[in-house]
Design a protein around this ligand. Structure first.
Ligand code: AMP
Length: 218
């Protein structure tokens, strides 16, 4: 299929805004690479690599990994790609400046969801234990999107688990830091490039809004 979308797309939005779900869907439909720094970091942790062991406790506490580490991971993963969707990076002004030194986004989307809804979405979230694409991208919610069989992934049948940073204390930390460290500075940095998306609607409607706004930019 010919790709009608701008090729380097950034998804901004707090944890629980749906950027993982929406960017995965968009990447599939338009044949773009989906780079989620959260997924990459979790797979380092799962593999038990030196890097994974170094960042494990930081990630599980809901804090940000240092800019140097994430910058390097992203540069290694996007350097050879002409089109991609970045989900979860840049997350600080310094990361945005670093990225800008070697690549430029064509579109920046900002998924907006009221804070009180984010807490419910995150605390009920359950992930497939085979998570980390391309193995499986199953993500469920105890009440909003329950799996057909309790505790099992609809897509591959593996056990579901709750991310350690989806617990109450870690969620509070992640949401509190988002506006100061990411939301405000990056909206200021990307300025008129930012396209706002209403993330407080049915997932299909969010996707339709994303598509129509991106296609209008081509
Ligand atoms: P996410 O899946 O995007 O919510 O990311 C999970 C965790 O990975 C975050 O809470 C951070 O600990 C870490 N992480 C992911 N992306 C970044 C980033 N761009 N900068 C710093 N830490 C990150």
């Amino acid at each position: 299929m010919s790709n009608q979308l701008n090729k380097k797309i950034l998804f901004l939005g707090p944890a629980g805004s749906g950027k993982g779900t929406q960017s995965t869907r968009l990447a599939k439909k338009y044949n773009l690479a989906h780079i989620s720094t959260g997924d990459l970091i979790r797979s380092e942790i799962k593999s038990g690599s030196d890097l994974g062991n170094k960042v494990k406790s930081i990630v599980e506490a809901g804090q940000l990994v240092s800019d140097d580490i994430v910058n390097e991971i992203v540069k290694n993963n996007v350097s050879n790609l002409s089109g991609f969707i970045l989900d979860g990076y840049p997350r600080t002004l310094d990361q945005a400046k670093f990225f800008d030194s070697f690549a430029k986004f064509d579109s920046v989307l900002d998924l907006e969801v009221p804070n009180e809804l984010l807490f419910d979405r995150l605390s009920g979230r359950r992930m497939c234990s085979k998570t980390n694409k391309p193995d499986c991208s199953g993500v469920f919610h105890l009440s909003l999107n329950p799996p057909k069989v309790e505790g099992k992934c609809d897509l591959c049948g593996s056990d579901l688990y709750q991310r350690k940073d989806d617990t109450k204390d870690a969620i509070e930390k992640r949401l509190a830091g988002y506006q100061n460290e990411t939301g405000k500075p990056l909206n200021d940095f990307y300025g008129v490039m930012v396209t706002k998306i209403d993330g407080n609607q049915d997932a299909d409607k969010v996707f339709a809004e994303i598509e129509s706004k991106l296609l209008a930019q081509v």
